[in-house]
Design a protein around this ligand. Structure first.
Ligand code: GMT
Length: 383
């Protein structure tokens, strides 16, 4: 199949999922055309079966806000026409689904058929999409898509609860390449960071307030106060990094925390982790937690959103009530002090990543869904 993929190329889990999906589909013989405003950061070098079409937005003195969505639509139209794409798969509804619906209308006028699949990722439904400046367009473009997928049951339900949706939504969970994400031998790295054999707590995020990174610092502080030998690696960057640093200084634990900023490859850091903390206030899936699990790291998370579909309480980690720092601390304490418990949950976490979320299981779902959408569209309008 020839498939166009549009995503946010520089930030966030939706771009990671879209890019890894494109790479996996290309490896299975499909021809993949990324349509985005810059090269997706996880793409690496362009390989066989992978093409990249850059959206360039014309600036003009009249445009205080250059119309990116329209430039994207035009690039979609050109790419479909000249590359003869079978289907367009857009990730994150705002504004990609609307651009795709418009592209489909333009192409229909020219007698071309373009089925669209929209994948909902999270904040496009729960936060950004809720804004009155976007909400009617989000609902319309979801209803107009030929296929809609959501990354968790939770997100599917939220979409129906929050928008007037009369389309079907298929749940296809996120996935991981468990051959790339596995525990590597990084003992030298561990010894360098933890010369006294400290247990390693890790948090990876974009440090937006919704990730509640400061709670991770609070948990760490409490464990240090109890005299536990722990260190904390904070990976990523964003608006809450400075508040997290400030809190760490106030609590007197700044010197025991490494603020590592954005890091790649993340599996090297996860390979020395003992516990992964993700106390988010909103998380439709929690791809960062899945990456940790694939590296055999038990997860301490909040119990909201799609996290309970991924992190099984008492089996792959612990679920804690949102904002309950006592519960987060207790769960982390158990994992750093009880070796048998830690070993069991670490093994289960890896097994769940491999058995349930490995890309070899999930990519065929997408392929089958594309076939289904194509057949249905052909039957509908005979294209
Ligand atoms: O909001 C973000 O954290 C970024 C966002 C994205 O779309 O780039 O992440 C969402 O999609 C990820 C991939 O499907 C999910 O793993 C994240 O849980 C989800 N984030 C939220 O729901 C907050």
């Amino acid at each position: 199949m020839k498939i166009g993929i549009t995503c946010y190329p520089v930030y966030g889990g939706s771009g990671v999922v879209a890019t890894e999906l494109g790479k996996a589909l290309a490896a299975r013989g499909h021809q993949i055309h990324f349509i985005a405003y810059s090269m997706p950061f996880r793409l690496g070098h362009v390989t066989e079966n992978i093409y990249y079409h850059e959206v360039s937005v014309n600036t003009y003195p009249l445009f205080e806000y250059p119309p990116y969505s329209l430039a994207l639509t035009s690039t979609m139209v050109d790419t479909v026409k000249y590359e003869k794409l079978d289907l367009l798969h857009v990730h994150y509804a705002v504004p990609h689904a609307a651009s795709a619906v418009l592209a489909r209308q333009i192409l229909e006028k020219e007698g071309l058929c373009l089925p669209i699949v929209t994948t909902l990722h999270g904040t496009d439904i729960t936060i950004v999409g809720q804004d009155p400046s976007f909400a009617p367009v989000v609902a319309y473009s979801i209803n107009e898509s030929d296929g809609v997928t959501a990354v968790s049951d939770y997100l599917r339900k939220e979409t129906f609860d929050r928008f007037p949706i009369d389309n079907e939504i298929e749940v296809i969970p996120n996935f991981i390449d468990t051959e790339r994400f596995h525990r590597l031998d990084k003992e030298h790295f561990r010894r360098a960071l933890c010369p006294n054999g400290e247990k390693v707590l890790v948090h990876v995020s974009n440090f937006r307030p919704v990730k509640r990174a400061t709670e991770v610092v609070e948990v760490f502080h409490r464990l240090k106060q109890e005299g536990l030998s722990v260190t904390l690696l904070l990976v990523g960057d964003g608006p809450d990094r400075a508040p997290a640093e400030h809190l760490a200084r106030q609590l007197g634990v700044y010197g025991d925390i490494r603020f590592l900023g954005k890091q790649d490859p993340i599996e090297e850091i996860l390979s020395i982790a003992d516990v992964f903390l993700i106390p988010s206030g909103s998380e439709s899936f929690g791809l960062a937690a899945l990456e940790a699990m694939a590296c055999g790291v038990p997860v301490v998370s909040s119990d909201i959103g799609g996290l309970p579909e991924l992190n099984i309480d008492g089996e792959t980690g612990f679920l804690c009530p949102l904002g309950d720092v006592d519960a987060l601390t207790e769960a982390t304490r158990r994992l750093v002090t009880d070796e048998a418990l830690h070993a069991r949950l670490a093994e289960n976490a890896r097994a769940r990543a491999v058995d349930t979320f490995d890309l070899e299981h999930i990519i065929p779902h997408y392929e089958a869904y594309y076939e289904h959408v194509l057949e249905r569209r052909m039957a509908q309008i005979g294209c």
